[in-house]
Design a protein around this ligand. Sequence first.
Ligand code: CDP
Length: 788
Amino acid sequence: MTTQALDEIKIGGLGSSRKRVEDDRFIRGKGNYTDDVVLPGMLHMEILRSPLPHARIKSIDTSKAWAVPGVHLVLTGEMMATRNLAWMPTLSYDTQAVLATDKVRFQGQEVACVIADDPYIAKDACELIEVDYEALPPIVNPWQGLEPDAPVIRDDKVGQDGNVIYNWEVGDKAGTDRAFEQADLVSKLELHYPRSHPSPIECCGSVADFNRATQKLTVYMTTQAPHIIRAAVAMVAELPEQMIRIISPDIGGGFGNKVPVYPGYVCSILASILLERPVKWIEDKTGNLISTGFARDIYLKGEMALRKDGKILGVRMHTDADHGAFFSDAQPSKFKIGLMHSAFAAYDIPAAHLTARGVYTNKAPGGVAYRCSFRVTEAMFFQERMVQAAAADLGIDQAEFRRMNFVRDDDFPHRTPFGFLTDSGQYAKCLDVGLKAIDYENFRKEQAEARKQGRLLGLGISTMTEPLGAGNSREYDILGIKMFDSAELKIHMTGKAILRTGAKSQGQGHETTWAQIVAHELGIPADDITVEEGDTDTAPFGMGTYASRSTPVAGAAVAMVSRKIRAKARKLAAHLLEVSEEDVEWELGRFYVRSAPQRGVSIQECAMAAYSNMPDGMEPGLENTAYYDPPNLTWPFAVYIVTVEVDRETGVWDVLRMVAVDDCGVRINPMIVEGQIMGGLTEAYAMASMQFITFDADGNCVGSNYMDYLLPSAWETPGYELHSEVVTPCPHHPIGAKGIGECAAVGGPAAFVNAVMDALEETGVRNIDMPVLPDRVWEAITYRRDVS
Ligand code: CDP
């Protein structure tokens, strides 16, 4: 390491595994979450949810609820409708019921709210509301929804005929058809990526506080994107934007679940406006699991055109996405199925074509980007399962098959088969590091020996690259709002600083890492910098945190605003050193005279001068704001390799080893990056092995609590061996960083499934759908058939 790099580590700059500053308050129980907010005169709101998945509402009688002592307000859809708030727009140009008026469309849908002195009174009063439902047949999968005589779920929408939401296509159809004509072999695979739930430990909630005297509305809420909420409230409730203050206090995990606008937020706001008192709504776990944004639930059909030497000539993909009753996931407006077409970005494939169809069903809104960029998790899972199946069909080693089809290091910038532009990566090198770490050749020998003894060992590889950091604003917007982000930095006169960004951490450690970027750029020790996010009255406008966009966009803005500060500090230094600006050089934390390096001033001395000794004509102060619109997305790359042993008697599979090689460019804080990878791999393991929210034929949600919907504990979670030796800096990011937060959750699931499928090679079974539960594995082994 250079002396400069060592000096930088000392002040907590780039590359320092600085301890997370936010953890002091979290582990001492001193965090400030939405449920910790207590305001004078605060009331409590509870929601009555529909027990039926599809039913016409004949009448709602709230009289008994109103009569309960301590009840202040009972809200119904009819009352919301008088204020034009029974429906709200979604992030995907659809509409969603706030409180049902005409029909309920999924089990758990919000039907009424009670606001009372405490949550127990409110809950009891909810149970006294009498709703007369006329049950309608439920639709629990896209195939039922597509039947010609299927009931139309969204009969509220003018012009809606049937249950199809969209039909979308992307890619080169003619070129792909030609590739299939030239193929020696066509490999096919069909999969279902099941519905899963981001399931943050903290559920959703809000405390709305409308002050009639000041006309100011303050809302504390669990949102990953406070500025977007402020804009939405201003537009939907027609309140002046400057009179709305959204505060996201500490958030106990988001994973995409806290991006959408939920009815509970809207109702608590309206209740506070009507009652002129603060109103708190805190969702319980079942409410969160059955009604808030689900992820995945997508059926995939793929075909790969192959030459017999192993070259992939083309890919055809079709997806049917089950979006539930309202199409409400966030997505860039131009891409109906999120960024599903990032599939195969790491492979050099001449032609590809994707068709995508979205269908309404009687389920809670789905398709939320659970720890992923829109739909990249599904894309990478599909890709890596298909690649493994194709290698097996060709009889080529799966590692070799990947290597021969990877985009090569000197092929960048590379246009992907669906039109993205990737700019950097060392894919084969990452694979080599992974294969060496898992001792690939030896494992294959061990596996062959084990097979002779009847034992089933398997090895699964998954690779991924994904587009992280939306925008650029040319291509990415949500509801027309361009995707960029921001940072504002104020250096106090003593050289300490406060930094605010438009992002919002939900546990990712921004308070730690953003300060490290400033330390790197300005030489101010990270411990001297306070980081604040989440308050729309103080933070600059930003699009929030999801899709691992914080480092690529807000993190870049932090570097850029620091550079603006440095440019002004240089002028101050020249003034203090009595030389011209051109004669001033910079090193970490200090300007000096080029011809006399011992004559210098620190950044702290420049800060003091900005308030006490600035040159004539210079505006006082040392602060600035940067809005950053990235030229491109960042493209991290990863290789995950898992080995497993499957018990042929029970179908139980155990992870023997898991190796992860992540290349996210320059790592700001290596320890935090490792934490992100371990967390993501654990979620990947959960999806692959145990998580299961399904619906019975009557539309009942199975998986509405933690007895049925499983989170892996430390006991089940396998150990991970992480590798960080491959670093390909992002060519356009100011500090060379790429996003990392979601990579492991995106790429991990296929590694586990591929490992089990590899162990089951002798059965000839092509696919077991996730979760790969022991009974499914047993069925595959016993009956030698695919299991879905
Ligand atoms: O948007 P989100 O914060 O969820 O994801 P991210 O930008 O990938 O960052 C997750 C955490 O890892 C943040 O604390 C980042 O600053 C940190 N990180 C890092 O230290 N180095 C990178 N190259 C990427 C992220």
